[in-house]
Structure formats: structure tokens, C-alpha cells
Ligand binder design. Structure first.
Ligand code: ADP
Ligand code: MG
Ligand code: ZN
Length: 473
């Protein structure tokens, strides 16, 4: 049987703020356990939350970057449940009146509808060690935005590839707008995936299964493909899909039942009496809109239209904001976007991806690229030189001069070599004069290049040689 697949995503991202959402504790990853805690974020009786205004602004910013409407009044509610990572036994979240509603994100050629983005607090972290489990409340109370796609509206996310593209683009928008770092290995971005199948062409929705707290895009991709196959098999056998929450075991590459599904009612949401409704004025929205930095889509247009880069090169540059920022800095000093991009998409990225980190500064890199463009250094020589000075504290220009790798055709160095080669290969020179054969000329150029150890420019050597040989007639 053929099925249509429908995928709904709930994506959590930790906001980049100095302090937590409802207290002044530090929002910091990697501090020693339970060092960033206070009576508010561990929920001691009588402690009162105070809303972090900046966290609200960051949420609005995320919404504006994705074309959301901003609710003029947003309300915080208590989501009640007991789990050891949640000291208060309720999470401050939003249900009826979230900050952002009705957004979209373009994924390939589909404009995927998004229901909402709301602001809530993150829970603490359980740390398992042997037979013991520890709890670290540093993350408890960290501002978290949750985005929920509207899987019941068309167009739907239908494949693992589309889901990953959605998450990749969303992550990029969050990073470029400055609201979140979304470092996956730090768990700063996590997704729940909801999947249902229905017979092809049917307009009734199938029962959805939710997979919780997936981290890392590769796991998410595998988990989606696994779940689609699992449901297909059940339906093909005439079975029924249980509404449930499953947990993905990335080591085994399979999922298992965590719990049969709870409903929103089970959480007994109600407006938090400790927090006032948040009023968001049109002026606030306007001001925040103005503070939005250029977003990936805008930068992409600029790179392709103004800089003349290919779509492929553009995507490669934009994939990592720190690379794109460095690229921009380089071309403000040396406005040759194509030439600079060439170095970035090859040498620079290869080195960084190899784990070497960014090992060159703007001044040195721009000097080197310019020297190659001006034919002062052979491209190949420059690449080797770059590898050599990467991560070291050299001044590129001084070092290149010291090593004698700069070619200068007017220099005695190259002239001497030309003369030397012509003297040594007298018979070949005579043969060229008789036959005027390009191959012979190429041979002589090769000899010169060899003698200069590749420091000269072959094209120019060829011209100089021709000049000399014709002059000599
Ligand atoms: P829950 O309360 O179980 O978390 P929500 O209504 O919040 O459920 O929906 C969670 C996500 O699942 C949303 O992205 C929603 O659009 C999506 N979703 C809802 N119904 C289906 C379905 N039948 N198939 C796939 N996704 C669905
Ligand atoms: Mg949910
Ligand atoms: Zn605190």
C-alpha cells in the first residue's frame, strides 16, 4: 500500500542571554554543577520569578526573522508535571497566548506553516553515572524557545530530508539573527518529531507517534526513516498505530515505547499567578525589527547578485556564520569577492574542516590572496605557504620575502635563470628557431619553471622567452 507521510516538528532552542528567564542566575554552559542556581530557579517556596525582558525581545526577534505575527499580549502559564529535573514540579511555559503566532519557513519549494513560538524555561539535566543519577539544575530556568510547526496545514513536511532542511535553515536563521547559538553537541537545539501515515490520497489524518528529544541531525534523519518504515509495516499488516511517545536509541538505531501519549489536559495548564501578562506594543516590535541583522536569505541574494558568486559557493560560505563574517571582513579590505571566495571555499574551509581551527588573520590572508592575484606568488606556492604559516604567528609578507618565494620577473633572479637555461639548452634553442614549434617552447618554459622551483609565472616566462628568442634572430 502507498502512504502519505506527515511530519510535525517541535524545536527547542536555548536563547543566548546573560541571565536565566526568571532570575538573575547566569545562563552559562559548562559551569560546575549546581553553581548557577538560586531560590527562584530551584523553586524554593516563596521565591518569586521576575521576567527577563531581553529573553522576550529575543523571542520576538526570532519570530520576526520567520515572518510571525507578534501577540500584543502574551501570557505565561504553569505546565504541571513531576520529574526530578524540574524542581518546582511545574515548568513556566505558554499555552493559550504565546509570543509569536503564524509563521512560515521555506523548505526547498514548500512554504511550511508554523503554528507558534513560545518562551519557556528549560529543565535541569539528569546525569547518569553507573547505578547513580545526579541532577544539575544549572540549565533549569534557562530561557528556551519552542517552535511548533502546523502539520495539519498544507504544505506538509513529508520526508526526513525535508525535516533536516527545515531544521538546518531554522538553525541558520536563529544563529544569524543572534537569538541562539544552537550548538547541537551542547544540546542547545533539540527537536521532537511527530509522524503519522495515511493511505495515499486520504484526507483523514493518521494517528501520530512522537519521538522525543532528538539531538543531532543524523539521529533525527535516521529516527524519521525508522519510524516511517515501522508504521508502514504495521499498517500493511492491517494493524493500528498506537498514539505514543517513543525514544530513539541512537546506538542501536531503533526506537522503543517511552509512554503512551499524555494530553495537554494532563498538564493542568493555568496562568501563572506570579507573572503579569506581557504587553508588546507596535513600537517595541518596530524597534526590534530594526535591530535584526541581515538574515541568510538576504546575504545569499547579495552574494549571488552583487558579488557574482555561484549558489553553491554562497551556500558553502553561509553554512558557518563565523566563516561568512570572516569572509566579509576580508572583502572590505580587499574588494575582490570572487577571488577571495575561491580561497575560502577551497583552502580555508578544508583546513578548518580538518579540525585546524581558523589559523590565519585577515591581514595575512588578504596579503597572500592579493599577491597571487598580482602574480607575485604562484598559486601553488601560495597554497603550500598558507599551509606552512597556518596557525603560526608569522607576518606573511615578511616571511614570504625571507623565504624567497616571491616571483618578480623583472628581478635578476628570473632573468639569470632564463639566460642559464638558454645557454645550457643551446641545441634546443636552435631547434626552436628553425622549427618554431610550440612544444619546444613549452619544454624551455618547463626548464625555467623547474629552475625557479615554481616561483615564476609560466605565462610570463613564456612571453619573455619568446621575446628573447625572436630578438636573438
Ligand atoms: P502534543 O500536545 O501531543 O505535543 P501538538 O498538538 O502540540 O501535540 O502537536 C505537536 C506536533 O505534532 C505539531 O507540530 C503538530 O502540528 C503535529 N501533529 C499533530 N497532529 C499530527 C499528525 N496527525 N501527524 C503528524 N503530525 C501531527
Ligand atoms: Mg508536544
Ligand atoms: Zn536562579
Amino acid at each position: 500500500m502507498q502512504y502519505d507521510v506527515i511530519i510535525g516538528l517541535e524545536v527547542h532552542a536555548e536563547l543566548k542571554t546573560k541571565s536565566k528567564c526568571f532570575c538573575s542566575c547566569k545562563n552559562e554552559y559548562g559551569s560546575s554543577p549546581n553553581s548557577n542556581c538560586c531560590p527562584v530557579c530551584v523553586g524554593l517556596p516563596g521565591a518569586l520569578p521576575v521576567l527577563n525582558k531581553y529573553a522576550v525581545e529575543q523571542t520576538i526577534k526570532a519570530g520576526l526573522a520567520l515572518g510571525f505575527e507578534i501577540n500584543p499580549i502574551a501570557i505565561f502559564e504553569r505546565k504541571n508535571y513531576f520529574y526530578p529535573d524540574l524542581a518546582k514540579a511545574y515548568q513556566i511555559s505558554q499555552l493559550e497566548k504565546p509570543i509569536c503566532v503564524n509563521g512560515h519557513l521555506k523548505v526547498f519549494d514548500k512554504n511550511i506553516p508554523i503554528n507558534r513560538i513560545h518562551l519557556e524555561e528549560d529543565a535541569g539535566k539528569l546525569v547518569h553515572s553507573g547505578n547513580e543519577t545526579f541532577v544539575d539544575y544549572n540549565r533549569g530556568g534557562v530561557p528556551l524557545i519552542e517552535l511548533v510547526t502546523d502539520a495539519l496545514k498544507e504544505p506538509h513536511i513529508e520526508t526526513a530530508d525535508e525535516a533536516i532542511e527545515f531544521l538546518t535553515k531554522l538553525r541558520q536563521i536563529y544563529i544569524y539573527s543572534g537569538v541562539a547559538d544552537c550548538e547541537l553537541e551542547k544540546g542547545q537545539m533539540r527537536a521532537d518529531v511527530n509522524i503519522s501515515l495515511r493511505p495515499k490520497g486520504s484526507n483523514r489524518f493518521g494517528t501520530k507517534v512522537e519521538m522525543k528529544n532528538l539531538m543531532g541531525f543524523r539521529s533525527i534523519h535516521s529516527a524519521i526513516e525508522y519510524e516511517i518504515a515501522r508504521q508502514k509495516e504495521i499498517l500493511d499488516d492491517g494493524g493500528k498505530i498506537e498514539q505514543e511517545t517513543r525514544k530513539w536509541d541512537f546506538e542501536k538505531g531503533e526506537s522503543y515505547t517511552m509512554r503512551t501519549k499524555e494530553n495537554a489536559e494532563d498538564y493542568r495548564y493555568f496562568p501563572d499567578p506570579d507573572l503579569l501578562a506581557v504587553k508588546i506594543s507596535a513600537d517595541d516590535i518596530e524597534r526590534i525589527k530594526k535591530s535584526l541583522p541581515p538574515l541568510p536569505e538576504q546575504i545569499k541574494n547579495k552574494y549571488m547578485q552583487e558579488y557574482g558568486l555561484s549558489e553553491y559557493d554562497t551556500d558553502v560560505l553561509l553554512a558557518d556564520k563565523s566563516i561568512a563574517d570572516f569572509y566579509e571582513q576580508c572583502i572590505t579590505v580587499y574588494p575582490q569577492p570572487k577571488s577571495v571566495a575561491n580561497w575560502f571555499t577551497t583552502e580555508i574551509l578544508a583546513r578548518i574542516k580538518g579540525g585546524a581551527g581558523l589559523g590565519i588573520d585577515k591581514k595575512n590572508l588578504v596579503w597572500l590572496i592579493k599577491a597571487v592575484d598580482e602574480k607575485k606568488i604562484q598559486r601553488l606556492t601560495a597554497k603550500e605557504f598558507l599551509a606552512d604559516i597556518w596557525g603560526k604567528d608569522y607576518d606573511a609578507e615578511a616571511e614570504a620575502k625571507k623565504r624567497g618565494i616571491m616571483a618578480d620577473l623583472s628581478s635578476d633572479f628570473v632573468f639569470n635563470i632564463l639566460d642559464k637555461v638558454m645557454a645550457e639548452k643551446q641545441a634546443v634553442v636552435e631547434q626552436f628557431k628553425r622549427e618554431k614549434d610550440e612544444k619546444i617552447l613549452n619544454f624551455l618554459v618547463g626548464q625555467v619553471m623547474k629552475e625557479t622551483r615554481g616561483k615564476a609565472n609560466a605565462q610570463e616566462v613564456m612571453e619573455k622567452l619568446k621575446e628573447k628568442l625572436i630578438q636573438g634572430e
